[in-house]
Design a protein around this ligand. Structure first.
Ligand SMILES: NC(=O)c1ccc[n+]([C@@H]2O[C@H](COP(=O)([O-])OP(=O)(O)OC[C@H]3O[C@@H](n4cnc5c(N)ncnc54)[C@H](OP(=O)(O)O)[C@@H]3O)[C@@H](O)[C@H]2O)c1
Length: 243
């Protein structure tokens, strides 16, 4: 199936053309909303079976249906984009996450801003300090998910290793535990898990998406792997530096 073009003529008012890879998921749809609010032209990639989940955006975005690790699908979707927002998820045991990241790294236009989502369990420099509880959870979930062939957390690690090693203008946004609810504003962030500002370990999903979209135009986040937490949480209120 071919790409579906937006038809209301408003595309690109904000000056950026961006692609959301994994647009039909919860995080993806919030990102599409934030991007449209900024007047960006949006291309969304999602599985064919999930195109209906983007119905609310009909006529306002271009949808490229297909697997996010399909290199041909990604090449088509990211063509001409200034930025790419990628939801990295390690579904299955066939390298879905690393395949998705590699396709974006290989096919995004040179100089494009590439922003990827993942969780706190990803470490860039090994300087993160995890609680025993988080380590135990990641280990147990990783083992069970792999045994059941549902997901391969190690493949998300591999995806991020490739991103960190790439010569692109990347940002890897590391999400805390998530909840639904109204926006509290832009999350606060730290380079390392274990920083007291992150102790509350909770972010509204709508604000995770906001951080991803803001990162597109924040050059201070190029080559950073910010670990985020909700602005309204107790730890953020106690420890965040004033803006
Ligand atoms: N959930 C958390 O508590 C949490 C915590 C920290 C960080 N994060 C990060 O946040 C991001 C979004 O996670 P989320 O949990 O909120 O999920 P989400 O936004 O709902 O996204 C899930 C994505 O996975 C796709 N998907 C689902 N099943 C699939 C399958 N079998 N094969 C291929 N794709 C499939 C979905 O596509 P369809 O619409 O086609 O189903 C959707 O694009 C991820 O990068 C995750 O690492 C999540």
């Amino acid at each position: 199936m071919g790409a579906r073009e937006g038809t209301d003529g408003t595309a690109g008012r904000g000056g950026l053309r961006i692609c959301v890879v994994g647009a039909s998921g919860k995080l993806g749809r919030y990102m599409v909303r934030h991007a449209l609010e900024r007047g960006y032209e949006v291309v969304g990639v999602c599985r064919e079976r999930s195109v209906g989940k983007l119905e609310e955006f009909a006529g306002r975005i271009t949808v490229v249906p297909g697997a996010t690790d399909d290199r041909e699908v990604i090449a088509r979707a990211v063509a001409g984009c200034d930025g790419v927002l990628t939801v990295l998820v390690p579904w299955g045991v066939r390298g879905y996450s690393s395949g998705t990241a590699q396709a974006v790294l290989d096919h995004a236009p040179a100089g494009a801003r590439l922003v990827f989502s993942c969780g706190w369990h990803i470490t860039r420099d090994g300087e993160d300090r995890y609680t025993l509880r988080l380590r135990a959870f990641v280990r147990a979930f990783g083992l069970l998910a792999r045994l059941a062939r549902i997901a391969d957390v190690d493949d998300q690690v591999e995806a991020c290793r490739r991103i960190f090693a790439s010569g692109t203008r990347w940002t890897v946004v590391r999400g805390s535990d998530l909840e639904e609810g109204e926006s509290q504003g832009l999350p606060v962030w730290s380079r390392h898990v274990g920083d007291p500002v992150l102790a509350s370990n909770l972010t509204r999903r709508v604000d995770f998406a906001l951080f991803m979209v803001e990162a597109l135009t924040d050059d201070a986040l190029v080559h950073e792997a910010p670990a985020i937490v909700g602005r309204g949480t107790a730890s953020a209120r106690a420890h965040a530096r004033p803006a």
